[in-house]
Design a protein around this ligand. Structure first.
Ligand SMILES: Nc1ncnc2c1ncn2[C@@H]1O[C@H](COP(=O)(O)OP(=O)(O)OP(=O)(O)O)[C@@H](O)[C@H]1O
Length: 230
C-alpha cells in the first residue's frame, strides 16, 4: 500500500463549550483533489487550521508523510477585496512567500517567482499594483503566492466564493492543471457543489459528529446536498 500525504486519525478538537470534532478520520493521498463540504460552522476552517499546524488537537493526531517539514502547504484564502491603495506589485506580493536565507531575493528565487506567475497566468501583469487588479487576477496572484515554494499540499479556503462564474472556473482550471502536472495535492473547501463535482476526485462531507469520505464520481449534486445537510 502506498503512503498517503496526510492521515487524520481519531482527531478531536474542542473549544470551550464547543466540541467541533470528536473522532475525525480520513486520508489525503498524494495527487488527490479532495473537496471539503459542510454547513456553516461545522468545522471546515478549524480543520484547515489544524492541518496547517496552527491548532493543537485535543485528541488523536494528524500524520504527515514523510514528515511535517517535508509536507509544505500552500494556502489560498477566500476572496476579500484589497484596497486600491495596496502598494505592492503582483510580483512583490508573490515574492513575499519566498523564504530564502538572504533578506533579498536571489536570481534563482526571482526565477521561482516568475515561474509561479507564469503558471497562474499573471506574468503579463507582474508590475501592476495588486490593489488595482481585478477579483480574478487577485485570486490568481494569491494562487501564485501559495505555490511559489512548491508546496505538496494546496489548501483552497473557499477561494472561489464571491468570484463570478467565469473567474471561478478559470481559477479551478489552473488548480486542476497544477494538480495534474506538478505533483500538488489539492484540498478544496467550498459551498459550491457544482464546482466541487466538476473538479474533485474525492469528497469529505462534514456533519456534526460524523463524516463521510468517498469517490466524487459516485455522487450526484443532489446526493452531495443530502450528505451535508443535517
Ligand atoms: N477560536 C475559536 N474559539 C471558539 N470557538 C471557535 C473558534 N474558532 C471556531 N470556533 C467555533 O467552532 C465551530 C466551527 O467553526 P469553523 O469556522 O471551523 O466552521 P466552518 O465550517 O469553517 O464555517 P463556515 O462555513 O461558516 O466558514 C463554530 O461553532 C465556531 O463558532
Amino acid at each position: 500500500m502506498t503512503e498517503p500525504l496526510i492521515a487524520v486519525e481519531h482527531l478531536g478538537i474542542a473549544f470551550p463549550n464547543n466540541q467541533v470534532f470528536e473522532d475525525l478520520n480520513f486520508k489525503i493521498d498524494r495527487g488527490d483533489f479532495v473537496t471539503v463540504i459542510g454547513e456553516n460552522g461545522v468545522g471546515k476552517t478549524t480543520l484547515i487550521r489544524a492541518l496547517l499546524g496552527m491548532l493543537k488537537p485535543t485528541s488523536g493526531q494528524i500524520k504527515y508523510f514523510p514528515n511535517k517539514k517535508a509536507t509544505k502547504i500552500g494556502y489560498v484564502p477566500q476572496f476579500r477585496n484589497l484596497d486600491q491603495e495596496y502598494p505592492l506589485t503582483i510580483e512583490d506580493f508573490v515574492g513575499l512567500n519566498v523564504h530564502g536565507w538572504l533578506p533579498w531575493l536571489t536570481k534563482a528565487e526571482h526565477q521561482q517567482v516568475r515561474t509561479a506567475m507564469a503558471v497562474t497566468n499573471v506574468k503579463k501583469i507582474a508590475q501592476r499594483p495588486l490593489g488595482m487588479a481585478s477579483g480574478g487576477e487577485k485570486q490568481r496572484a494569491y494562487l501564485a503566492q501559495a505555490i511559489v515554494e512548491q508546496p505538496k499540499l494546496l489548501i483552497l479556503d473557499e477561494s472561489t466564493a464571491s468570484l463570478d462564474n467565469e473567474m471561478k472556473y478559470e481559477l479551478l482550471d489552473l488548480v486542476q492543471n497544477l494538480n495534474q502536472t506538478s505533483d500538488i495535492t489539492v484540498f478544496f473547501v467550498t459551498h459550491d457543489l457544482p464546482l466541487a463535482k466538476k473538479y474533485a476526485k474525492h469528497y469529505l462531507a462534514l456533519r456534526p459528529g460524523e463524516q463521510q469520505f468517498g469517490d466524487m464520481a459516485d455522487m450526484s449534486i443532489e446526493q452531495l446536498k443530502e450528505v451535508t445537510n443535517v
